[in-house]
Ligand binder design. Sequence first.
Ligand code: ZN
Ligand code: ZN
Length: 369
Amino acid sequence: MKAIAIFPERRAVELIEAPAPRLASPTDVCVRILDVGICGTDKELCAFKYGTPPPGNDHLVIGHESLGEVVEVGPAVTRVAIGDLVVPMVRRPCPHAECLACAAGRQDFCSTGDYTERGIKGRHGFMTESVVDDERWMNPLPRALRGVGVLVEPLTIAEKALVQVRLVQQRLPWARAARGAAASGQRAVVLGAGPVGLLGAMALVAAGFETFVYSLGGAASPRARIARDIGVTFVEAEAVEVAALPERVGAIDVVYEATGASRLSFDVLAVLGANGVFVFTGVPGRRAPVEVDTDLLMRNLVLKNQVVLGSVNASRADFEAAIRDLAIFQSRWPEALGALLTGRVPIDDGTELLRDPPAGAIKNVIAVS
Ligand SMILES: [Zn+2]
Ligand SMILES: [Zn+2]
């Protein structure tokens, strides 16, 4: 069967022929892969910035944002059935008994760093025709979401972040979001209008936040149109300086960072409102250090009761929340949601798409079958 793999040692990205996987345990399922999304992580894997092949392999099959269909189940499988659409989880727990997070099924908070991730670290990914995995990593998806299900995994980033925001806001018992009610009256700023940013904006709007997207790209861009279609104010970074954001937005209660740009992020941290929460989700490349006004940031953190947190990966509950939210997005904003998917190619053309993505693309997908 076909697969797209990176060979880190000889710095190659190739369409390869891989052996078809077989069920190995009674709780295994075999999933025929339908769609695989491409994101910045895949671009970095293809630039050999990281990416660890499984032990004993010279290559790593990439792909972690996937949607598939169950085609075979082991005799003890109960969570899914043949014909179900599923979105598999990406991260697997580390082997250390002392890691309480992994032991608790929360490998997204793994404290040893020895977790594995399909398509990224130590395990082959989903950019291939079929995969076998234990049923506990599978999240069933309603058939009606077949066309957009590949967006579940990138949406889980926002879902986990929103859980963290709600937990932090429990210290503000008068805030409605803290009580699980709609976050009306609260303002959220999303940094960046890529797929993670726009999906995060949808999740924030659905949660009741008055939401703003701050991004480059211009008010006439397709990204800005998607933002407007979902009821978000697109603030052009070219036209509005960070220092002027509070004037434009009002007091900022939540910032959802989805750019990986550290300079911009710390500039925005300096204008976060009282009792505000700043969530980092991007992983910056390593560039030259930049100067930040540490006195100002520290003063603000203390005098304004602010919280800064980072969030990575996602739990099963976050996948389930993403699937629920995707159904809401699909019924509220079918066109805007569909507009996130800008490119779709067969696996034979996948290496080309990875090497040379079309300008202005938002989310490109490899349609495996
Ligand atoms: Zn991704
Ligand atoms: Zn762990």
